[in-house]
Each structure stands twice: as structure tokens, then as C-alpha cells.
Design a protein around this ligand. Structure first.
Ligand code: ATP
Ligand code: MG
Length: 332
């Protein structure tokens, strides 16, 4: 079986709809075809300031949501990044292979550093894409399911895998991004040209999966569209309506062309009302399942402990090989 690897940050109290449609849905699908490793990336979370108690709680909440979304610990390996020390260890080796200019060109870093204020951004934020490289290479991953915003980091991973393999001998598998075009970028409901993001400018544009369903329904109904009235998929000229159609089509498994037909001659109000209902029907059981996992932290922690053990077996082997190739003296 090919390997898959991905991670999600515990930086908010809830995943948002972009995380689910762009990434987590693909995690669930790939556990059927791949030897899949999924992790809550708490090391990445602290690249920006986090409250310690909040981070701990959000880490469990993130794991519970992954299970609620359909990850099955019998069919994939689910763990917390900091439980597997090899990530930080290989991360250091990768830092030493990365050019300063190369890291400076990462657009996610530039965007996030700008948000922090240039002087306040941490060195960790600067090198987090390189840690991500280590995350992927440790598992010899073939496929990395992510949203479009992560494409550049997968490119960096490929460059560094190639560099390491050329310098030290074949060690790492060359990974490929697994990006589903239709849902690769879900947009903010209030600013349909910007990515829906945990750190969104307007809370009204962000659909949090764990929010009160009524609140999310309201956000759908007040989504920004355009002054035209035709319901047509046209991301360039009608980004708001197109975003709603993408969400609707994916949550219901309907083709967009079918939806265009269904809403021919109807207004935006009808589309929004129906989509709000679709969303409420999806999040209601999702929230209940998440709560069940959170109400039983012993079981949740046991799943994560078992996942970490499975992950360490693979990561430990890769790290040992990389250390040997680099020329570190084995500790005996
Ligand atoms: P932040 O803005 O703090 O980086 P985030 O919303 O991007 O948070 P992450 O935990 O960094 O959340 O991302 C988890 C996964 O969700 C990644 O694979 C990312 O590409 C994907 N993702 C995030 N936002 C979207 C979006 N709007 N559309 C599609 N995929 C997304
Ligand atoms: Mg992100």
C-alpha cells in the first residue's frame, strides 16, 4: 500500500469548513487505499503564541473531530506530533539543508509573519515549512492530502528530498501533493476572494464546524454574493455564488451542473436557505460524535497513545537511517 501523511493544527477550538472539505475529507477517503498517518500538529501550533491550557484542550478537540469526521484508528494511524520526537529531530537536519533565501520565499510564512508584525514573528514560524518537510519524509509518504495553500510546501519537500538523496544516497521517498481541485480552496463567505482560514479577518465569513448550527446557518444566509441574480458556477466573475455551489455540491455529492439546473430561475435566497439546511444536517451529527469522544478522554488518549507508538516505529527507522547517512556516530 502506498503511504499517506497529513497534519492539522490545533490552533482553534473548531475546524472550519475549508479544513474539512479541503483536507479532512480526503484523509477519510485515503485511509481505504493508503497506509495513512494523520497527526494533530502541535509543534506547528506554537509557531504563533498559544495559551498552554487552551492548546492542550484544542489538541484533544482536534483529534476528536478527526475521529468524528470518519477516521478509524483501526484503518489509519492517528497521533499527536509532539508524541513522536523524531519530527523535531529530523526537522533540525532539514533546517541544515535549507537555504535561507529558499525559506524566505514561502508565501505562507510571509503572510503569517505579516499578520504577526514582522519583528514579532518567531524563528519557528520562519522554519515551520521545513518541519513540515520532516513530517512528510519521516513516513516515506507517497501522497500528502492538503489544500491548495500547502502546494508550495510540498514542492519544498520534494526539493529537499532530492537534495538529501543526491548528497547522502537514496533515503527518502518522493512525495506528491494530493489536492482535490474542486475543494482545494474554500473561500471566506464575506470575502469570497480570500481563503477561509482559522485566522479569518471576519468571523462572519468563517464556518466553524463546532459552532451552534443556527449560527452557521445564519452565516450562510448572509454570505456575500453579487448584484446579478443568476445561479451559475463562475469563480472568476461570481466567486461568492461559486463558493456556495462548491460547498453544496460536495456536502451532498451532487454535480454542480445539476445544482445550476435545480436553481434555474430561482434567486440566491433559495440557494442559501437550502444550503443552510444541508449544512445543519451535516454538522449536527458531526458535533454529537465529537462530543462523545470528548466525553471519554481516556479512550481518546488511548487511541492517540497507540497511534504514537505505531508512528514512532516508522519514524524511528527513517530517522536512524537519515542520522547514519549524515554521519552521526551511533549512540551505543
Ligand atoms: P491557519 O490559517 O492558522 O494556517 P488553517 O485554516 O490553514 O489555519 P491548518 O490547520 O493550517 O488550518 O490547515 C489544515 C488543512 O486544511 C491543510 O491541509 C490546509 O491546506 C487545509 N485548508 C485550510 N484552509 C482551507 C481552505 N479554505 N480551503 C481548502 N483547504 C483548506
Ligand atoms: Mg494553514
Amino acid at each position: 500500500r502506498p503511504r499517506a501523511l497529513s497534519g492539522i493544527q490545533p490552533t482553534a477550538e473548531s475546524f472550519h469548513l475549508g479544513n474539512y472539505l479541503g483536507a479532512v475529507r480526503q484523509y477519510v477517503a485515503l485511509q481505504e487505499t493508503h497506509d495513512a498517518f494523520y497527526m494533530v500538529v502541535d509543534l506547528h501550533a506554537i509557531t504563533v503564541p498559544q495559551d498552554p491550557e487552551r492548546l492542550r484542550a484544542n489538541t484533544r478537540i482536534a483529534a476528536a473531530q478527526l475521529l468524528a469526521a470518519g477516521l478509524d484508528p483501526e484503518r489509519c494511524t492517528l497521533f499527536v506530533q509532539s508524541h513522536v520526537p523524531e519530527h523535531a529531530q529530523l526537522g533540525w537536519v532539514m533546517n541544515c539543508l535549507t537555504g535561507f533565501g529558499e525559506a524566505s520565499r514561502m508565501t505562507q510564512f510571509k503572510d503569517k509573519a505579516a499578520k504577526q508584525g514582522a519583528d514579532r514573528a518567531s524563528v519557528g514560524l520562519f522554519t515551520y515549512p521545513v518541519l513540515q518537510v520532516a513530517d512528510i519524509l519521516l513516513y516515506q509518504a507517497d501522497a500528502v492530502p492538503v489544500g491548495e495553500d500547502q502546494r508550495q510546501h510540498i514542492e519544498l519537500t520534494r526539493d529537499l528530498a532530492e537534495r538529501f538523496n543526491t548528497r547522502y544516497g537514496q533515503t527518502f521517498t518522493m512525495p506528491s501533493p494530493y489536492i482535490v481541485r474542486e475543494t482545494a480552496k474554500i473561500y471566506d463567505l464575506q470575502d469570497p476572494t480570500a481563503k477561509m482560514s482559522k485566522s479569518a479577518a471576519t468571523p462572519k465569513g468563517l464556518i466553524n464546524l463546532l459552532d451552534e448550527p443556527k449560527v452557521s446557518a445564519k452565516k450562510i444566509k448572509s454570505a456575500v454574493t453579487d448584484t446579478d441574480t443568476v445561479i451559475r458556477f463562475d469563480p472568476e466573475n461570481k466567486p461568492g455564488v461559486s463558493n456556495l455551489l462548491t460547498i453544496y455540491a460536495t456536502l451532498t455529492g451532487t454535480r454542480i451542473a445539476e445544482l445550476e439546473q435545480k436553481y434555474e430561475g430561482k434567486g440566491y435566497g433559495a440557494l442559501k436557505t437550502d444550503l443552510a439546511e444541508v449544512l445543519v444536517e451535516w454538522v449536527t451529527p458531526f458535533r454529537a460524535r465529537t462530543r462523545e469522544y470528548l466525553d471519554d478522554p481516556e479512550t481518546l488518549d488511548a487511541i492517540l497513545a497507540k497511534g504514537a507508538e505505531k508512528a514512532r516505529a516508522v519514524a524511528g527507522e527513517t530517522l536512524a537511517q537519515a542520522y547514519e547517512r549524515v554521519g552521526f556516530l551511533p549512540a551505543k
